[in-house]
Design a protein around this ligand. Structure first.
Ligand SMILES: NC(=O)c1ccc[n+]([C@@H]2O[C@H](COP(=O)([O-])OP(=O)(O)OC[C@H]3O[C@@H](n4cnc5c(N)ncnc54)[C@H](OP(=O)(O)O)[C@@H]3O)[C@@H](O)[C@H]2O)c1
Length: 333
């Protein structure tokens, strides 16, 4: 393979235009080969904007000059197109979440291992070093014995035409926003979280969940409360509360590239604010995928990404299965 990763894009999505393709254009080691749409007109528009060839979905999968596929389709289509891309021998960067179905996640991650291909979800926050700093503080015992994690991610209502409000496209707050605190809990505590209970607010007219909360526990009994939705003011933060101190990290999931997030630590007689570095986490996510794909499949490096995808899907599926359903209104954007 050449030292440039040639990427084909499936879907002329908002996230591709706003974030991913501008980042890819700025990376020397990436060539955007083709961008596919259901509409020839939209493919041509994106291709002109990002200096590549317009295409259809099948064509991108089949092109011999495409090493990797970036999938930014509605959630319900991630499974099919990830499988097809892996079967065609392409590395895959799939938008989050890979899936909310545990069986699909198992099958896709096994396929990636069998084919020795890189399969990553674009959960950009995982690439921000601020969470590594939190893990260091936990490991140093700065908070004593951990008792609880509370993680929240939510934002105001969206236009009603948004894919997040269409049940048949895999919409809903759990799969869109809830997967962030789920994945955070996994990144702090690892495999083996269990779901103790949950509630989802469902807009019955649209048939999608617009908010919710879940209570999980680690095997050692750390209680983990996850809150999410799009009926809320913007909130993106998590708190750890231990036997000797507590902490809160604000802007935890989607900090803008120039933003330095405050990490507040509170002890009985002392409080402290640590300023985290400003990082372009979206660029880091793509850069890390490019590194992995160009470097050749490395099982040890890829294992945590695959476990994370499987556990995120399993927990989302379990939360949906046990959730008490409450009425909820999508609201107007
Ligand atoms: N990592 C992040 O920070 C982040 C942020 C936002 C979204 N996302 C993820 O990115 C994905 C796309 O989200 P988005 O907000 O960018 O969505 P979007 O703008 O609606 O884009 C989805 C694209 O999928 C294609 N598509 C194929 N079949 C479709 C169908 N039946 N209905 C609608 N669109 C269809 C469309 O492209 P064509 O018409 O060109 O084929 C459409 O532009 C989701 O999985 C979402 O969770 C990730």
């Amino acid at each position: 393979m050449s030292r440039r990763l040639s990427i084909g894009v499936l879907g002329c999505s908002a996230i591709a235009r706003r974030r991913t393709l501008p980042v890819m254009l700025g990376l020397d080691r990436v060539r955007i080969a083709a961008v596919a749409s259901r509409s020839a007109e939209r493919a041509a528009e994106y291709a002109t904007e990002f200096g590549c060839t317009p295409a259809g979905y099948d064509e991108v999968i089949e092109r011999s000059d495409v090493d990797a596929v970036y999938i930014c389709l509605p959630n319900v289509l991630h499974d099919e197109w990830t499988r097809r891309a892996l079967e065609a021998g392409k590395h895959v960067l799939c938008e989050k979440p890979l899936t909310g179905d545990a069986t699909q996640a198992k099958n896709l991650t096994e396929l990636a291992v069998t084919r020795r291909l890189v399969l990553r979800e674009n959960f950009a926050f995982l690439h921000h070093p601020q969470h590594e700093r939190v893990r260091e503080l936990v490991a140093e015992g700065r908070f004593g014995e951990l008792r609880t994690l509370t993680a929240s991610f939510g934002f105001p209502p969206l236009p009603e035409t948004d894919i997040r409000y269409t049940a048949s496209l895999g919409g809903g707050a759990l799969l869109d926003a809830g997967v962030y605190p789920i994945r955070l809990a996994w990144s702090l505590f690892g495999d083996g979280l269990s779901v103790l209970g949950a509630a989802l607010r469902v807009d019955r007219r649209l048939g999608v969940d617009v908010g919710g909360q879940a209570l999980l526990a680690t095997p050692r009994g750390v209680l983990t409360s996850l809150e999410f939705g799009f009926q809320h003011t913007y909130r993106s933060r998590y708190q750890l509360w231990g036997s000797s101190a507590a902490m809160c990290l604000d802007h935890a999931f989607t900090p803008p590239p120039a933003h330095r997030c405050p990490l507040d630590i509170e002890e009985q007689d002392h409080s402290e604010r640590l300023m985290m570095p400003a990082v372009h986490q979206f660029e880091r996510s793509i850069d890390s995928f490019v590194d992995a794909a160009l470097g050749g499949y490395a099982p040890e490096t890829e294992r945590p990404w695959l476990s994370g995808a499987r556990e995120t899907a399993r927990l989302a599926e379990e939360i949906r299965a046990v959730a008490t359903i409450l009425p909820g209104e999508a609201g107007a954007a």
